[in-house]
Design a protein around this ligand. Structure first.
Ligand code: ASP
Length: 353
């Protein structure tokens, strides 16, 4: 008789809506206060899926998470993987899932699944989605199919790659989307289906972090002359991400400020559109992508502004030298475009796509 070993999954809670409820003590509105044990107790079906351990790591709205928290969390996760855990689920606020999950993706090199989930509706509401999301996330974390895919975000029974996912709605339970490629899988009944496999993301090893380097995220807008860019250095910023128009464009009045900033710190050019890539050689007007790249800006390529800021912050955390930090950033960026292989092993790059 073959005895199949049950998977061991660790659930780590950080707070957020999934853990938020109201009490007379809390006053008006819900606040994060449920422990990881409360979250697990609300989902009796978990006992049928795998063995579960639990850690309450933070109890905050996700806008209060810091890079130091995420680096410390990544190192805790490494320790549990070293003890033989098969997967980890993080429960946190959804507001910053797209950044926190990508930070974990860049920080953790183990092939074991790290799955982030949360809830759009809190436990005081009839349509609370937390228990269902936690159950689906644990199923994915316990699944051998989810190994080697980097950090995943499971919401609304969909499996998204942390490198692509965005929160696209302020309250819908279907808020999480991956605009360039869609989910890479889903959970149906008790099954986990992964329909596309990802090439491994390059990682940046950050052993610990007390004070994250400040990286500005500046979004372009109509008739903006970019005067704020000239103040970043004196404000202590060490890098900047410009969320530009369309395919990597800014008003011509911003060009001088970007060029001089790029001589002082890494400046990453992303698209504020939320999908697609920054182009490299299509437009030639002042403030176009080719103009800005020739003046020292670095392409964010397929990374959106928020994810590029995560990668640049972690790159600067391991190297205060701008050129070296840029190299770390570019390694992560380029590993992203090495991209999708299907379950059957089909490789986009091999096709010359
Ligand atoms: N609305 C948020 C959530 O979904 C609050 C937060 O991000 O903590 O959890």
């Amino acid at each position: 008789m073959t005895v199949t070993k049950r998977a061991r999954v660790l659930v780590i809670s950080l707070g957020g809506t999934i853990a938020s409820t109201s009490t007379p003590a809390a006053g008006a509105g819900v606040v994060p206060q449920l422990t990881v044990h409360d979250l697990i107790a609300a989902v009796p079906e978990l006992v049928d899926v795998c063995d579960i351990d639990a850690v309450s790591f933070r109890q905050v709205p996700s806008g209060d998470l810091t890079f130091s928290d995420l680096v410390a969390l990544a190192r805790v996760i490494d320790e549990y993987f070293a003890q033989g855990f098969d997967g980890v689920v993080i429960t946190q606020g959804t507001d910053t899932i797209e950044e926190a999950s990508f930070a974990l993706d860049v920080l953790i090199s183990s092939p074991a699944p790290v799955v982030v989930t949360g809830a759009m509706r809190n436990p005081t509401l009839a349509s609370h989605d937390g228990p269902g999301n936690l159950l689906a996330a644990v199923r994915v974390a316990a699944s051998p199919q989810a190994r080697g895919l980097g950090c995943l975000v499971v919401m609304n029974d969909e499996v998204h790659a942390a490198r692509f996912v965005r929160k696209t709605h302020s309250s819908s339970t279907g808020a999480f989307r991956s605009p360039n490629n869609g989910p890479i899988g889903w959970v149906v009944e008790e099954r986990v289906r992964i329909v596309a496999r990802l090439a491994p993301l390059a990682t940046i090893e950050v052993p610990s972090l007390d004070d994250a380097p400040a990286v500005a995220l500046v979004s372009c807008a109509l008739d903006d002359d970019g005067r704020i860019l000239g103040r970043l250095e004196e404000l202590g910023f060490r890098g900047c991400v410009v969320d530009s128009f369309g395919a990597g464009h800014v008003p011509s009045t911003m060009v001088g400020a970007i060029e001089s900033l790029a001589s002082a710190m890494p400046v990453i050019l992303c698209s504020r559109t939320g999908s697609g890539e920054v182009l490299s050689h299509t437009y030639g007007f002042p403030g176009s992508e080719s103009d800005l790249l020739s003046r020292g800006a670095t392409s964010g390529a397929m990374l959106d502004g928020r994810k590029a800021r995560v990668a640049l912050t972690l790159a600067l955390a391991v190297s205060s030298d701008s050129a070296q930090a840029r190299e770390h950033f570019e390694r992560v960026r380029d590993s992203l475009t090495a991209l999708l292989t299907t379950s059957e092993g089909f490789d986009n790059d091999a096709r010359g796509a």
